[in-house]
Design a protein around this ligand. Structure first.
Ligand code: MN
Ligand code: MG
Length: 650
């Protein structure tokens, strides 16, 4: 109607007459599509890695948001976009206790109770193998659709490729209208390499976009009025080459598509992260006019797509689209916006108790305190001195990543490149306070101890860099230290508190020294501060100075590999392997494999002697006083801030 105001008067009058005639018969249906994605077993509002309840995520909380939407709106559909049945210890526990013949998986008891209309499969659905996946989805009282996962034998769909849901909705006049909603879904085609052991010879995959073209056409032919794509794939707008892992953008270019639920990348759409995507309207929640959501991860956001359809002749024509996310947690106000539904919590109470016993039991089985348990730590492990000494709390992450990378790359073009591993002390004081340190006692390790070693839900990623670029990476890390003036007789604080410890990447696979008396080469934003400055000394690979031209694979996490922390040369263009596997799961598997862990470092890096005239001090956990790693560090007592004060004497 707004556009009419710009017309000249006689035309307005004529148009108003025509339109009011049309409006008398116009039938308009407003449809709300709610979606979850990448739930990764976070059904209950409980963090099984750290054995604590959480306010900020959980499908039982999302359920309250869904009920509120249904109470306000008669025309609601609910979909799940995959990466649902795997991802945390609760899911490990369920997979170890699979549904027996005819039993309904607890996952489907919950999803059936929540009234899902359909779901698709993500890449992680295949992690536990096809028999478990099949036993889980057998219990669904809604269609589980997947169009691009096919039988290796004959290329026919392995799962139900699409569904046409017939639903009665209320139009704007309150009259009942029958609409047919065609829904299909896609998984990243890379599942056949990520889960090769489970899928080889059984399952093959097809390109997401090509499959969508075929099934959108087919669903339209079968009478679909509305087309919804459940696309377990991220959003990038690089030119399409085919076979993309992240194909969500291209799906919005297919005629006839009304809504695309995306995921896999664990990002949020709409959000400012996608402002530069061509054709994206992040205020409205559309890409190329199609309603799009990516509802975060771990059931922390409910996606909501709004579509309006007008009946023209026999066809329902989409006249408007928009989308937004409904978060579980208000991070500004620090309050929960959705309450856990007690009926649904009760539905999973037996499994929750089982999962708690599982995470509190030793890794890999065995009895706590008993013999032959896997995952036994032979001495305590902490991060108290991880910024000034090679520390096993970081090295264990480096070792696990290295172990994983060797296996992941063995049949690839990168198999012959040397692998280096980069990891940082995540829990090492800083702004989080003097209690925020990794501190694991000696003895049998339980699953819940893993969160203390690795607090973030990162995934493993690998980049290719040459020797010169490896040195620049380390120069950036060396911004962790204030510059020490050796001539000064004043007390000098070694640690730059503005530099987050999660950006202090320690490398394994090379040896090096850090000279804190030299000026920093980089600013904290990754810009070059002083091109002549060098803090990294004696950088060696295999005992010889590193060859600046030699290529290396560096295994790290997705945060760093995609450019987090502004490290020079590191970014999406350098990624050679973006693993779907979570770093914490990799550490868990590494500990299971090692069985007994002796937390001794290889001392592959050290601070160069500073020979300062005055005291060089640093602050860390007060508990460090009873755990000094060597006689080069002296405790000076506890400061007013609660931090322990220490002096470096060597
Ligand atoms: Mn995922
Ligand atoms: Mg080391």
């Amino acid at each position: 109607m707004k556009s009419l105001k710009r017309c000249s008067r006689p035309i307005v009058a004529a148009a108003v007459l025509l339109l009011s005639a049309a409006f008398a018969f116009a039938q308009t249906v407003d449809l709300t599509i709610l979606a979850t994605s990448d739930v990764h077993n976070n059904y209950l509002n409980y963090d099984y890695f750290s054995d604590m309840p959480t306010d900020s995520y959980g499908l039982v909380k999302i359920a309250s948001g869904i009920e509120a939407e249904r109470a306000a709106d008669a025309n609601v559909l609910l979909f799940d976009n995959g990466d649902n049945i795997q991802g945390n210890p609760f899911g490990e526990y369920l997979a170890k206790n699979p549904p027996k013949d005819g039993e309904t998986s607890p996952i489907m008891k919950l999803m059936n109770a929540m009234g899902y209309d359909a779901m698709t499969l993500g890449n992680h659905e295949f992690n536990f193998g096809l028999p478990y996946l099949t036993s889980v989805i057998a219990g669904a009282s809604f269609p589980v659709v997947s169009a691009n996962v096919v039988r290796a034998r004959d290329g026919s769909p392995y799962f139900v490729p699409y569904a046409i849901l017939t639903r009665q909705f209320k139009d704007r006049d309150g009259k009942s209208q029958l609409l047919r909603i065609g829904v299909t879904g896609f998984a990243p085609p890379q599942i056949t390499s990520w889960d090769g052991a489970n899928l080889s010879g059984k399952v093959e995959t097809r390109d997401i976009y090509e499959s969508a073209l075929e099934y959108v056409k087919l669903m339209k032919e079968k009478g679909a009025d509305v087309v919804v794509l459940l696309a377990h794939t991220g959003i990038v707008d690089f030119p399409r080459k085919g076979g993309e892992e992240n194909a969500g953008y291209y799906l919005t270019q297919i005629p006839g598509v009304d809504a695309v639920v995306t995921g896999h990348a664990h990002q949020k759409f709409p959000s400012s992260a996608f402002a530069k995507i061509s054709g994206a309207d992040i205020a409205k929640g559309t890409i190329n006019g199609v309603g799009v959501v990516m509802p975060g991860s771990f059931a922390d956001n409910l996606g909501r797509i709004e579509l309006s359809f007008e009946k023209r002749g026999n066809a329902w024509v989409r006249v408007d689209a928009g989308a937004k996310l409904l978060p579980v947690w208000d991070s500004a106000k620090k309050q929960s916006l959705m309450a856990a539904d007690p009926k649904l919590v009760a539905l999973l109470s037996k499994e929750h108790e089982g999962a708690l016993a599982f995470i509190r039991a030793p890794i890999g089985g065995g009895e706590a305190g008993g013999p032959a348990a896997n995952g036994e730590l032979l001495a305590p492990l902490n991060s108290f001195f991880a910024l000034v000494r090679d520390a096993y709390s970081v090295q264990i992450i480096n070792e696990a990543q290295m172990w994983y990378a060797k296996d992941a790359l063995k049949d690839t073009a990168y198999a012959k490149l040397p692998i280096l591993s980069a990891a940082a002390p995540f829990k090492a004081g800083g702004r989080q306070g003097p209690k925020y340190y990794t501190n694991v006692p000696a003895g049998v390790l339980a699953v819940k101890n893993i969160a203390d070693l690795y607090v973030y839900s990162n995934t493993v990623a690998m980049v290719k860099l040459n020797g010169a670029e490896v040195k620049e990476w380390l120069e950036m890390s060396a911004g962790q230290f204030n510059r020490i003036d050796p001539a000064s007789t004043e007390e000098q604080n070694l640690i730059n508190d503005k530099f987050p410890t999660y950006n202090y990447d320690v490398f394994d696979g090379v040896t090096y020294e850090i000279d804190a008396t030299a000026p920093a080469r980089y600013n904290e934003d990754g810009t070059l501060r002083d091109a002549s400055a060098e803090r990294i000394k004696n950088l060696k690979f295999n005992g010889a100075p590193i060859d600046p031209k030699q290529d290396f694979v560096v295994v790290t996490n997705n945060y760093r590999a995609y450019g987090g922390g502004h490290f020079p040369n590191v970014g999406p263009a350098r990624i050679i392997f973006a693993s779907p596997d979570e770093s914490r799961q990799v550490i868990l598997k590494y500990i299971e494999m090692r069985k007994k862990i002796d937390p001794k470092t290889d001392g592959n890096w050290k601070l160069s002697p500073m020979n300062a005239a005055g005291p060089v001090v640093f602050y860390t956990s007060p508990l460090g006083a009873d755990a000094l790693p060597d006689d080069g560090i002296v405790s000076l007592g506890v400061a007013d801030t609660g931090y322990g004060k220490y002096r470096l004497v060597k």
